[in-house]
Design a protein around this ligand. Structure first.
Ligand SMILES: [Zn+2]
Length: 349
């Protein structure tokens, strides 16, 4: 019904636009006309954003293809933005993303995804979005941002829960881990969506059957999710703050004077990197990197007397094993390990 009505409205609006473009109707401002068309559409019908969520290989993409076939819903898939986020962070298609970087990449992907949805809605389109969205706090983040930026939008959610056989088949087709991995994951972390999150409709898709499942509105879920979000944001702010301080410290090491300790003869000088370089020191940031094993010598001492040389030429794996070091070597190593901070204050003998 709704779709029919929409088509009718579009037909009338597009007909006018066609006449303008063909010159049948003259206008001095096509841009403004289009802007008004958009407004008109908004007034005439509520836009829809539909989320299709579920575990890995549960059949989200397949469901979208089938269920939205022949409609003019625009698509927005988190997967595309995850790839983008990994790339932006410097991880290509085949390089694994280290655990510490994963979380930030996923958050960045989520931000890009929600922005894409907002842009498309503002452009007058209806959207079907694909995401995992196991957690209430993630779903709330999406809905908050969308409703902040777009008025008059109807939000629906489809939860895909395949039977084991189907899930197993999907995983085999994609040659990934057993479906049990993903099923367990879902059982452990999935929080079933509640209308209080802001959904106008929640459906469960199981064995090709779609069932409306609106639990009683529960604001405790929302309070808990908001608290989790607050804590998460606080943690991220702290991390960002520390990262920035660290960057500033590293930057300052290029110009500020700091302690240079020769690991061989014990000479020490409070000088800048440039002064050290000019008088023959081998020292970061000009030579090697802070915090990584390398020679730390004054202009009179030799590379082959350094801890770095000893480890490199040991014939074993070039890894420092603290138990095998002499007291002097251990002192050098501890100093290197905690650079650049260890070079800011004078060591007591
Ligand atoms: Zn020396």
């Amino acid at each position: 019904m709704e779709r029919e009505r929409k088509k009718e409205i579009d037909k009338i609006l597009l007909e006018t636009e066609r006449k303008i473009l063909s010159g049948e109707i003259k206008t001095t401002s096509l841009a403004e006309f289009r802007e008004r068309q958009k407004e008109k559409r908004k007034q005439l019908y509520m836009q829809k954003v539909i989320f299709v969520i579920g575990g890995t290989a549960s059949g989200k993409t397949y469901f979208i293809k089938q269920h939205f076939k022949g409609t003019d819903f625009a698509r927005s898939d988190i997967y595309d933005f995850q790839q983008q986020a990994y790339e932006d962070a410097g991880y290509g298609k085949d390089s694994p993303v280290p655990f510490f970087a994963e979380f930030n990449c996923l958050l960045n992907a989520q931000n890009m995804h929600v922005q894409d949805i907002i842009d498309k809605l503002k452009d007058g389109k209806d959207i079907v979005a694909e995401q995992t969205l196991f957690k209430a706090k993630r779903r709330i983040t999406y809905l908050d941002k969308i409703k902040e930026n777009v008025e008059n939008v109807r939000a629906e959610l489809y939860v895909i829960i395949p039977d084991d056989e189907r899930w197993d088949l999907n995983c085999k087709e994609r040659q990934i881990s057993s479906y049990k991995t993903y099923k367990n994951q879902m059982e452990q972390v999935f929080e079933f969506p509640n209308p209080a999150e802001g959904w106008d409709a929640i459906y469960v898709v199981k064995d090709n059957e779609i069932t409306l499942k609106m639990d009683e509105s529960n604001n405790d879920i929302i309070d808990k999710a908001r608290k989790e979000l607050e804590e998460e944001n606080e943690r991220l702010r702290k991390e960002e703050d520390e990262k920035q301080k660290k960057e500033e410290l590293f930057e300052s090491m290029n110009t500020r004077p700091f302690w240079h300790y020769c690991e061989v003869c014990g000479k020490k000088e409070f000088i800048t990197a440039q002064e050290a370089y000019d008088s023959g020191w081998d020292y970061p940031p000009k030579m090697g990197y802070f915090g990584l094993l390398g020679p730390r010598t004054c202009g009179n001492c030799h590379l082959k007397d350094t801890l770095f040389w000893k480890i490199q030429t040991s014939g074993k794996l070039p890894i420092v094993i603290e138990n095998n070091l002499t007291d002097k070597e251990l002192k050098t190593w501890m100093r290197i390990k905690t650079e650049p901070e260890s070079l800011l204050v004078e060591e007591n003998e």
